[in-house]
Design a protein around this ligand. Structure first.
Ligand SMILES: [Fe+2]
Ligand SMILES: [Fe+2]
Length: 250
């Protein structure tokens, strides 16, 4: 496998499962801006390219030894969508309402010494609303459409399917907005640094928000870098007519 500076960072994230930890460690954006080259992503963050390349090569060696890592580029779209819903959507649906009262509580108790917590509540509210709408759009729109397209192509009945490019673009714009909100929250909280006077609830909120950010990155990565490129390829096949539909769907 070629691990080079010119390869898009999202592509490296798809090909090397262990790369996600490397990118998170150096805060390199592999999900919302996965089409940037690794070199550009490193330059943007001021991270040494040679060090990242070395760590990626080590991660690739480890991934090659771990047979059980799922290659999401190879499973069916139905399975991929099911995994995203069961793993990431279910987590968000449980975690966002669970966290909300804790955020309200720490803002109430600590707002004098930490006025930024009031703004945190506002940003979190906005993020929650965005995400709730977004998950519904995916689960009732794009995902069933993806599965229908896959099935129709497999049995050679693709003529009546609608193009899905526009829905993908809308979902990607929503990913951008969620990513920007998560960045704002991280900046506001000084990279999740725990203040000296933080109570256990305060610590718990910071840890939970950082975990939520990490999960969102992996979630958006699976959609922007795996699911959507596969759907765009299917869309191209649809546009070119049904004669060539015996080509592999992955
Ligand atoms: Fe999603
Ligand atoms: Fe999404």
């Amino acid at each position: 496998m070629h691990i080079e500076a010119s390869v898009p960072i999202g592509e490296l994230a798809v090909r090397i499962p262990g790369a996600l930890d490397v990118f998170e460690r150096y805060r390199l954006d592999y999900c919302c801006h996965g089409s940037r080259s690794l070199e550009e992503a490193c330059a943007q963050r001021g991270v040494p390219l040679a060090t990242v390349l070395q760590e990626l090569r080590e991660a690739a060696e480890r991934s090659a030894q771990e047979e059980r890592t799922t290659n999401w580029d190879r499973v069916s779209l139905r399975e991929l969508c099911r995994h995203i819903v069961a793993e990431h959507h279910a987590y968000l649906r449980a975690e966002l309402p669970r966290l909300e009262p804790y955020l309200q509580k720490i803002a109430r108790v600590h707002r004098e010494r930490h006025p930024e917590l009031v703004e945190l509540c506002r940003l979190f509210q906005e993020l929650s609303e965005e995400i709730r709408h977004h998950l519904r759009e995916e689960e009732e729109g794009l995902f069933p459409q993806a599965v229908r397209t896959e099935t129709a192509l497999a049995i050679g009945e693709a003529a009546s399917l609608q193009p899905i490019a526009q829905a993908i673009e809308e979902r990607e714009r929503e990913h951008e907005r969620a990513g920007a909100l998560l960045d704002s929250i991280r900046r506001l909280l000084d990279d999740y640094t725990v203040p000296e006077d933080a109570c256990p609830t305060y610590r718990h909120v910071l840890e939970s928000l950082e975990r939520l950010e990490r999960d969102m990155h992996r979630h958006i990565h699976l959609e922007n870098n795996v699911l959507h490129p596969r759907l765009r390829r299917l869309d191209t096949l649809l546009a070119s007519g049904t004669e060539e539909l015996s080509v592999p769907l992955r």
